[in-house]
Write a protein that binds this ligand. Structure first.
Ligand SMILES: *Cc1c(COP(=O)(O)O)cnc(C)c1O
Length: 424
């Protein structure tokens, strides 16, 4: 049936790679079969520019129902007043929000990339740093945690039009309420990018940004465990984004700006096959099973952090509130780059990562980022996390010892052999 052997053999090889190793990249997960089936469906054939009921193409009756299901499920999941499920990715969601809210040259204030922030929050190599004037806040040197008094001072100095919270490598929860006060003092819009912890937030395990932030963006493929994609949401308390001028009807006005910033502002036709897969994932996320999953993700992360500390690793901020942690490898005399490479040879996948106040370049780094969402989807629990850390420590303590690497790899392959990608 598959005539294109070249590509389907590669897909099978990738499936085997995912099956046989330990996946610790904090931004990755394993989607369910029904999520993947929706993605690989005939919905990919359909053009549907516009929104349900207001399309620029005929024949949209069915994709309208698909997209409405996705929107309604997402609203229920986050208790959101308004959502847009069309952004192709997290970066696209942020681009649309900035296009809707900012003019070129406006100042934005984001979490420092080298402290765990994301490229789309003002990096000079990204549209956000090229079109807008980026300024940053970070963590404190001693605690490795954000000090909101300092954020307040930075905001009153920089006078940003938008404050962005959320990160790719920050293991602590966020004080959205405090950030909203800071935003209000400066007539700034507060954007929370919850790309990483959105699955945990949906189940109430972490604080709710929708209650305090004007706009919330996320990916759908990290802890939310859906297809690769993005979303934009607004909570029910949305008021007064532009300097307290218009108390009523703001959410409607802002939602129209955001809808048109997605299409036609930054995208063409929506990916209705991916939107169907998002609907499936939101449906899964509404279940009690997903509640158990997210609880386990956090339990696993706490046990993993403790296990690293017990083996003499420095976990940034000394622990984690969420699914991820950043590990400073300097006490182990190995760089992030070398650690990533050594672990890869043992079929353990992590990513090198800058640590706050890193003295090495982004290509080398002093740290690595790890997370538990993918391992937890495979059914691993607390005890297993200790075993995972044992393996990692063995490899990193002997990075040039081929025999140790091969033994660890064989043990991991044997352990993972019968574990489905999507077990819980
Ligand atoms: C992953 C991530 C994104 C980008 O998502 P893509 O789908 O890769 O574009 C944006 N913001 C944060 C904080 C992220 O962690």
């Amino acid at each position: 049936m598959n005539a294109d052997q070249e590509i389907f053999e590669l897909i099978e090889a990738e499936r085997k790679r995912q099956q046989s190793g330990l996946e610790l990249i904090a931004s990755e997960n394993f989607a369910s079969d029904q999520v993947m089936r929706a993605m690989g469906s005939v919905l990919t054939n359909k053009y549907a520019e516009g929104l349900p009921g207001k399309r620029y193409y005929g024949g949209c009756e069915i994709v309208d129902r698909v997209e409405d299901l996705a929107r309604n499920r997402l609203k229920t999941l986050f208790n959101a007043e308004w959502v847009n499920v069309q952004p192709h990715s997290g970066a696209q969601a942020n681009a649309a929000v900035m296009l809707a809210c900012l003019n070129p040259g406006d100042t934005i204030l984001g979490f420092d990339l080298s402290h765990g922030g994301h490229l789309t929050h003002g990096s000079p190599v990204n549209f956000s740093g090229k079109l807008y004037k980026p300024t940053f806040y970070g963590v404190e040197k001693d605690t490795e945690i954000i000090d909101y008094d300092r954020v307040e001072k930075t905001a009153s100095k920089e006078k940003p039009k938008m404050i962005i919270c959320g990160a790719s490598a920050y293991s602590r929860d966020w004080d959205y309420e405090r950030l909203r006060k800071i935003a209000d003092e400066n007539n700034a819009i507060l954007l929370a990018d919850i790309s990483h912890p959105s699955g945990l937030i949906a189940k109430g395990i972490l604080k709710d940004p929708l209650a305090h932030c004007h706009i919330v963006t996320s990916t759908t493929h990290k802890t939310l465990r859906g297809p690769r994609g993005g979303i934009i949401m607004m909570g029910s308390d949305f008021e007064n984004p532009f300097g307290h001028k218009t108390p009523k009807g703001q959410i409607k006005m802002m939602s129209q700006l955001l809808d048109s910033a997605v299409f036609p502002g930054t995208q063409g036709g929506p990916l209705e096959h991916v939107i169907a897969a998002k609907a499936v994932a939101f449906g899964e996320a509404l279940t009690d099973e997903f509640m158990h999953y997210t609880v386990q993700v956090v339990k696993n992360a706490k046990v993993m952090a403790t296990a690293f500390v017990e083996k003499g690793y420095h976990v940034i901020s000394n622990g984690t509130d969420n699914h991820s942690m950043l590990i400073d490898l300097r006490s182990k005399n190995i760089t992030g780059k070398a650690a990533e490479k050594a672990l890869e040879l043992a079929d353990v996948t992590v990513n090198k990562n800058m640590v706050p106040f890193d003295d090495k370049s982004p290509f080398v780094t002093s740290g690595m980022r790890v997370g538990t969402p993918a391992l937890t989807t495979r059914g691993l629990v607390e005890e297993d996390m200790k075993r995972v850390v044992d393996y990692i420590d063995k490899v990193l303590s002997n990075p040039d010892n081929e025999q140790i690497t091969n033994t660890v790899k064989a043990e991991i392959n044997d352990w993972m052999k019968d574990k489905p990608l999507f077990a819980q």
